[in-house]
Write a new protein. Structure first.
Length: 430
């Protein structure tokens, strides 16, 4: 259900409410294309909004109208094959979670348990409810109140985008709907920090989106980031500008459309621009994340000399590891160690023997955190690369290194069981 259709529903409902009884049938007859389940749901949403404002008369009028119309159109008010709850149940949950978001000042320890108790409502039904309720509510209230509600919707959207339970695809759709709704209040003319934050989060949601075509979603994320960068001034809000550049770098690094080599170069440029503002001293954690992403991009770079790109990657990984705390961010630390091991394994300069030893050491560090239980695929991949390193090792007895390589390969194959994947794995090893 798109925003224009919801607005058309609202306009039609208001027209019907303001028209004499004898004209209503004629109005309905000329708007047949809008008479569906969504139309009835919008009436119910508007009834609930009226009740929240203390307008009991309007609520009763709307609910009576909904019942009459459902009988006339032979559409059940509660019937929705894609939903797992009734419209009122979705609306009650939405009201509850937005109120909790507001009163708890966006405390995840308060919000997440509510989400967990209502996993059955985190679906397309909530997407439609949020869109319809917000559209019908925000246009009718004072600007200050609209901004307050929009802020709660944004915070709720942030929470559900990070929520690890339920269906990830549905969670992202709910977040996207929330951000889009909030942007009707926080318009780009203000260019405020709040507006930029919503834009950033919307772009990230599209970048991670599961529904729809992946390529189209990435293009949408790039469009969102680029549009924002045309409107905001680096000097006015430098950190926000840098965050968008960093996210744009992520989008280009994953881009499917266009020339791969050019996309990688655009990704590198965006990361480098972000690092002009996000420094080790001012924003250490963000700086480390960008350094890690930049290193990953250098390893996939097509232009330039391979050896030079590997050196740039090693340098960036090492910088990231200066900040990433093993205790507080153990998985990020381990993944970065594993990536650094890959760079050392492919290094083309200096002492090859030393590089292989460094690769083995970093893989072993990574395996102290990443195990078969918590990250099976990553664990298997590290075991595979460790096997390659042992097979090419110069130091120690060759026979022992071969045995260590065999053990590592066998470990990897306990997780890589699909015949085609196993064949690719074996080919990569040799």
């Amino acid at each position: 259900m798109n925003q224009n259709r919801i607005q058309a529903y609202i306009n039609l409902i208001q027209q019907l409410l303001n028209s004499p009884t004898e004209r209503k049938d004629k109005i309905l007859a000329t708007n047949q294309e809008l008479l569906d389940q969504g139309f009835l749901q919008t009436i119910i949403m508007m009834a609930q909004t009226s009740a929240e404002k203390g307008n009991q008369e309007a609520q009763e009028l709307l609910l009576t109208f909904a019942v009459e119309l459902s009988e006339k159109l032979d559409i059940s008010i509660t019937e929705n094959t894609s939903a797992t709850a009734t419209p009122l149940e979705y609306l009650e949950f939405l009201t509850q979670v937005l109120q909790a978001t507001h009163e708890s000042k966006n405390n995840p320890q308060i919000i997440h348990p509510i989400l967990q108790e209502n996993l059955n409502k985190l679906d397309q039904g909530l997407v439609e409810t949020l869109q319809t309720w917000a559209t019908s509510t925000l246009v009718e209230i004072k600007p200050e109140e609209a901004h307050s509600i929009a802020a709660d919707i944004v915070n709720f959207s942030n929470q559900i985008q990070e929520f690890t339970l339920g269906d990830k695809a549905n969670n992202l759709e709910i977040a996207i709907t929330g951000y889009k709704t909030a942007l009707t209040v926080y318009n780009n003319a203000s260019k405020t920090h709040q507006w930029v934050s919503i834009i950033n989060n919307l772009g990230t949601a599209y970048l991670n989106r599961i529904y729809g075509d992946k390529s189209v979603n990435i293009e949408k994320a790039i469009e969102i980031y680029q549009s924002a960068l045309k409107l905001i001034d680096r000097e006015d809000i430098p950190q926000d500008w840098a965050r968008i550049q960093s996210n744009l770098g992520n989008a280009y690094s994953h881009r499917i459309e266009g020339d791969k080599a050019k996309n990688i170069e655009q990704s590198i440029v965006a990361y480098q621009r972000a690092l002009e503002i996000i420094t080790k001293e001012n924003y250490p954690q963000q700086w480390a994340t960008i350094q890690n992403n930049l290193a990953n991009t250098y390893l996939t770079r097509i232009t330039g000399k391979v050896g030079d790109n590997i050196e740039l990657a090693i340098d960036a990984y090492q910088k990231a590891l200066q900040i990433i705390d093993r205790e507080e961010n153990s998985l990020d630390w381990a993944v970065t160690q594993s990536n650094l091991g890959n760079a050392y394994l492919n290094r083309m300069t200096e002492n090859v023997e030393k590089n292989i030893e460094q690769a083995i050491a970093t893989y072993q560090q990574a395996l102290k955190i990443i195990n078969r239980e918590n990250q099976p695929y990553q664990w298997a991949n590290i075991q595979k690369n460790l096997g390659i390193a042992y097979l090419n090792r110069f130091t120690g007895k060759k026979s022992k290194n071969i045995e260590l390589a065999i053990t590592a390969y066998q470990q990897a194959l306990t997780e890589i069981t699909h015949p085609k994947k196993a064949l690719v794995f074996i080919c990569q090893c040799f």
